[in-house]
Design a protein around this ligand. Structure first.
Ligand SMILES: [Zn+2]
Length: 115
């Protein structure tokens, strides 16, 4: 496993820009639109059951947001995940660093090769 790829150096909440920016140890920067991030919340209730854990929809990062979201708090959980507290109080989503980075890769692929 490429550890640098999944090692975050910085996390910046941009509520006015409606995105979350993560700088990685391998030099890559990921910019996640908040709408897609929230819609892909990895918690059991947002995923719709344990069987769907780990699944996400990269296309939700590319759609026109139908509403805005705000992040109140984004804090690391151990060294494996980021816990996000949203402005409506939802905070059960633990976004694993690997998940975030693979979401970013998937969105990039989708951008380059839209279906
Ligand atoms: Zn959730």
């Amino acid at each position: 496993m490429d550890f640098k790829k999944f090692q975050p150096l910085s996390v910046d909440i941009g509520n006015s820009e409606q995105n979350l920016t993560i700088g990685w140890a391998d030099g890559h920067t990921s910019v996640f639109p908040l709408f897609g991030l929230r819609k892909n919340c990895p918690c059991v209730s947002c995923r719709g059951g344990h069987a769907l854990m780990g699944q996400y929809e990269p296309q939700l990062f590319l759609v026109e947001p139908v509403r805005t979201y705000k992040i109140i708090k984004a804090e690391p959980v151990g060294n494996h995940a980021l816990k996000i507290t949203w402005d409506d109080g939802h905070n059960s989503g633990m976004y694993k660093w690997e998940l975030l980075r693979s979401m970013d890769d998937a969105v990039e692929r989708l951008r380059q090769h839209p279906h």
